[in-house]
Design a protein around this ligand. Structure first.
Ligand code: HEM
Length: 388
């Protein structure tokens, strides 16, 4: 299904959940695939490495404000962080109102908790379209400004690549704006959900938090991590991977059948909806020992045990896989090392969280207490007093 997307199967809805217009579908698809390939050059390993030196500073800036507040609601706080990370990566240091507009769009997208009369749905769509248009206008203005003011030595941003493509006639300005908007939108909520699960899991597994911290202490010698440090942080990397295995934010990937076919012996008609769930696959005992256990060592101790292709697929697969795989894993590893080394983050006592699957898989209601620096760190004290 994933491999044959764009031919036998299609993604029949855009990122805002709007049905794509059938009459323009193939034209839109060709444009998107070209734009995706261009943006992909900025988002691949080399592109991410170039931007990776600024990620830790943004994490610290946000975490310092959380510490000043003492207690945060995890999802909005982390969405604000990831909106800034991805906006800076795509547009450069000047991000204008993009993070706020992304939050507004996110808000407009949430399905209503109760069934509402048809009039409300029309209003909701209207709000959604306006939020999406405002975001596109702001992105377009920021790209224009960057074009006018960028210097030779400015750190690179994904927008610069798209600009060059526009100058060479490979992309329209409107197309370039849509690619940036698509990336901003696809990136910030997913990465924030994944980081929320990661912080919750590290709080529940203090011995692992200690290992992530010890590794960061040893490898970084007090300086902020960069993308080039990621290979030297295998424990943090394995924690990221294991979090994405247990709690893949996109827990269900859906397609529409474009031409009659057969899947696993089932005949499928045009227009039928099919899906694959990374959440279910990642917990399949055929592929994973003790599949429900949070065990990052499964990625360190047995890194070469071949898993069947697609047994681990938090970023999807095939021609429409995630464009931000490298950026997301790099940003998450840097955030895990920085937040664990320099702050003490734990679930607020007396609070509970539940699964929220309304849009993506999130720990609903997660509240975190943020303290630091770690001079009076409980783990360190425990170790020095009790030797644990
Ligand atoms: C932990 C974080 C993330 C997860 C779990 C995730 C997951 C996914 C998945 C499963 C898909 C495929 C959806 C499908 O097949 O229908 C996807 C698509 C996409 N992702 Fe991500 N993503 C993450 C972060 C990012 C980031 C950081 C970016 C950009 C920098 C990004 C950009 C995109 C784009 C543009 C698409 C659409 C690709 C297309 O339709 O051709 N994602 N993502």
């Amino acid at each position: 299904m994933l491999k044959h997307t764009n031919t036998t199967y299609t993604i029949a809805r855009d990122l805002l959940g709007e049905a794509t217009d059938g009459s323009r579908a193939s034209e839109d698809l060709a444009l998107w695939m070209r734009a995706r390939a261009l943006a992909g050059r900025g988002l691949n390993r080399t592109g991410t490495r170039a931007a990776g030196d600024r990620l830790a500073a943004a994490v610290t800036r946000h975490a310092d404000t959380w510490r000043a507040r003492g207690r945060i609601e995890a999802i909005p706080a982390l969405e604000d962080l990831t909106a800034h990370l991805i906006a800076e990566f795509c547009l450069g240091p000047e991000t204008g109102a993009v993070p706020d507009l992304l939050a507004r769009l996110q808000d407009a997208l949430l399905p209503p908790a109760l069934p509402l009369p048809a009039r409300w749905h029309a209003l909701r769509r209207h709000r959604l379209r306006r939020a999406s248009r405002d975001l596109a206008d702001e992105v377009s203005a920021l790209m224009r400004r960057r074009r006018a003011t960028r210097r030779e030595d400015s750190p690179p941003a994904v927008a610069d690549l798209l600009d060059t493509a526009c100058e060479e006639g490979a992309l329209t300005r409107e197309g370039a704006t849509s690619v940036i908007v698509a990336n901003l939108f696809a990136a910030h909520e997913t990465t924030a959900a994944a980081l929320s699960w990661l912080l919750l899991l590290l709080d529940r597994h203090p011995h692992l938090r200690r290992r992530v911290r010890d590794e960061a202490d040893r490898e970084l010698a007090g300086r902020p991590p960069t993308a080039a440090d990621v290979p030297r942080l295998p424990v943090a990397g394995a924690v990221v991977k294991e979090t994405l295995r247990l709690y893949p934010p996109l827990w269900l990937v859906q397609r529409t059948v474009e031409e009659p076919t057969e899947l696993a012996g089932f005949p499928l008609r045009r227009g039928q909806r099919v899906g694959v769930s990374p959440f279910v696959l990642h917990r399949d005992p055929h592929h994973y020992d003790r599949p429900a256990a949070f065990d990052p060592d499964r990625w360190i101790e047995r890194p070469d045990t071949p898993l069947p292709k697609y047994a681990f697929m938090p970023f999807g697969g095939g021609p429409r896989n995630c464009l931000g795989t490298h950026f997301a894993t790099t940003a998450m590893t840097i955030a895990a090392a920085t937040l664990t080394r320099d702050y003490r983050i734990s679930q607020s006592p007396g609070t509970a969280t539940t699964f929220d699957t309304r849009t993506i898989l999130q720990p609903h209601g997660l509240t975190l207490d943020v303290a630091g620096p770690r001079i009076i760190d409980r783990d360190v004290l425990d170790r020095s007093i009790f030797g644990t």
